[in-house]
Design a protein around this ligand. Structure first.
Ligand SMILES: Nc1nc2c(c(=O)[nH]1)N[C@H]1C(S)=C(S)[C@@H](COP(=O)(O)O)O[C@H]1N2
Ligand SMILES: [Mo]
Length: 493
């Protein structure tokens, strides 16, 4: 219909298609926020699942959280390109039919179908399809020869500006939608239970060592490790936990079933196997929930490997022994608030003494197995289903006014309680001060040690010792594959 020469038509078409892609992704984000209804979410999950084990390990150990951001960026780019391809197909179809209306309709239909397929959310997919087709509609070239240059270019520039503005607006709207609404919900406990939580949190505060810059015994910023950048958003009323596989008969529990069970408060510390030796992927919280064992007792298991695969709403899965599972705790509250989405809402499992990876968030299924099968991280070479390594972290060093130095940190040994932390500043191992233990079988402690500054730069080493006399291993090993090992040391000026 328009009189543009072929090459220019292709170039203009490419710009229109990419603009449609950007508008679709922006619209999707505005409507869905950072949830699984956002078109970037399933693509991000696919990319991280398809990535070779070595790349995933490199991303975790070397890139840390940046790796996940890069992956998300790649997913969003892929989403834009995918929809741009569909828009280009729509433009080509319209061109053959000599009809702008055909382009617009085909762009609408294809984008809607693709986004629905990816996200499983037909209503939210409209928020991607409508902006994409609107871009195509608003950039239909004029028919008069005079349109060829000036008007067409102006229209395209207007479209670029329009899509840019729309994207900024979508970014803001989507950001608001991404807010974790679970945090606004009441935890739904009795006054006495809330009182118990307040007392325990106050105890943790009063037992925290007063060293400036040292994180208190209940973490203010709990670390987060996810296989996907976008967390599942399951409403409690839509959540169930199923016991399946090698069982006499499947059993399913609803959120209300779990909430009807006896309520307990537990301090439990988590640490990721991918944490670096002195890294900060180690945190403690007060969790509200109920023991898992009574639920397991509802079924008779015939598991050949005495092991189970736990599965989650984000596609995560991990396999480990039933013996460890029996000590598990189902948590739906954290520090007196409902469990946040980022930490596994509505229900996650906590397995005392073990690396973080078996503490499955967004838990949906416990499948009893006949034969052991690798979980998500084990498939990628990690050995993180066992008990944690002993560690004393050195997170703070301060030069005091009286020319003494205070070094401090946290020590954790899982089910083996930390009974001492020792510090070596150059002349032998000295006992550090430990924070009073918090109630619980799987809780970290703080340590601190103050000594006169020797007058020159020196090395400080620190190690933890457990109740049975086991000394933290001195052998230095990287996080991959068994979790980091060695004594933390730091040079103090
Ligand atoms: N469903 C699900 N559960 C999961 C993960 C995950 O990616 N998905 N990550 C695991 C890992 S590797 C760790 S260390 C802990 C971290 O828990 P947090 O994010 O609450 O700190 O969750 C574990 N549970
Ligand atoms: Mo982890």
């Amino acid at each position: 219909m328009n009189l543009l020469p072929q090459s220019q038509r292709v170039r203009v078409g490419a710009v229109r298609a990419v603009l449609a892609g950007v508008a679709a992704v922006a619209g999707s984000y505005a409507a869905a926020g950072f949830t699984t209804g956002f078109v970037g979410a399933p693509l991000e999950a696919m990319l991280s699942r398809a990535a070779p084990a070595s790349l995933v390990t490199f991303a975790i150990v070397v890139l840390g959280d940046i790796g996940q951001k890069l992956n998300l960026l790649a997913a969003i780019t892929l989403a834009v390109l995918l929809i741009a391809c569909l828009a280009a197909a729509a433009l080509a179809t319209g061109w053959r039919q000599r009809s702008g209306l055909v382009s617009v309709t085909v762009a609408l239909g294809l984008t809607w179908a693709a986004v629905t397929l990816l996200t499983g959310s037909p209503v939210l997919a409209l928020a991607a399809a409508l902006p994409a087709s609107a871009v195509i509609a608003l950039t239909i070239p004029g028919i008069r020869p005079s349109d060829v240059d000036a008007t067409a270019r102006r229209r395209l520039l207007t479209a670029v500006a329009g899509v840019a503005g729309f994207s900024v607006l979508s970014y803001v709207v989507g950001g608001v939608r991404s807010r974790d609404e679970t945090e606004d919900l009441p935890l739904g406990l009795t006054a006495a239970q809330h009182q118990e939580i307040d007392t325990l949190l106050a105890e943790a505060e009063s037992k925290s060592l007063s060293v400036s810059g040292l994180e208190p015994l209940v973490s203010t910023n709990f670390y987060e490790v996810d296989i996907a950048a976008v967390n599942p958003n399951t409403a409690p009323e839509n959540w169930t936990l199923s016991l399946t596989g090698a069982v006499s008969e499947d059993a399913t529990f609803t959120y209300d079933d779990i909430r009807a069970l006896p309520v307990e408060q537990r301090f439990i510390t988590l640490r990721c196997v991918g944490d670096s030796l002195n890294g900060t992927k180690m945190d403690n919280a007060l969790w509200t929930g109920t023991p898992l064992a009574p639920l397991l007792d509802e079924v008779t298991t015939e598991s050949g490997c005495e092991c189970a695969m736990l599965r989650a709403g984000d596609g995560y899965y991990v396999q480990f022994p039933i013996a460890a599972l029996k000590r598990g705790f189902l948590a739906y509250g954290m520090n007196g608030r409902p469990l946040p989405r980022s930490h596994g809402a509505p229900v996650r499992v906590l397995i005392p003494g073990h690396w973080g990876e078996i503490n499955v968030k967004w838990l949906t299924e416990i499948e009893f197995l006949d034969e052991a099968v690798d979980g998500y991280w084990e498939e990628r070479g990690w050995h993180g289903t066992g008990p944690v390594n002993i560690v004393a972290k050195l997170w703070v060093d301060t030069l005091n006014d009286d020319d003494t130095v205070t070094v401090a940190g946290h020590a954790y040994a899982g089910l083996m309680d930390v009974s001492a932390v020792e510090v070596n500043t150059g002349d032998g191992w000295q006992k550090a001060t430990l924070s009073e233990p918090l109630p619980g079988e799987d809780v970290w402690r703080q340590w601190s040690y103050t000594y006169p500054h020797p007058g020159s730069q020196h090395r400080v080493r620190v190690r933890a010792i457990t109740g049975d006399g086991t000394v933290q291993a001195n052998e230095e090993l990287p996080a991959f594959p068994n979790g980091p090992s060695g004594w933390v040391s730091r040079t103090v000026q």
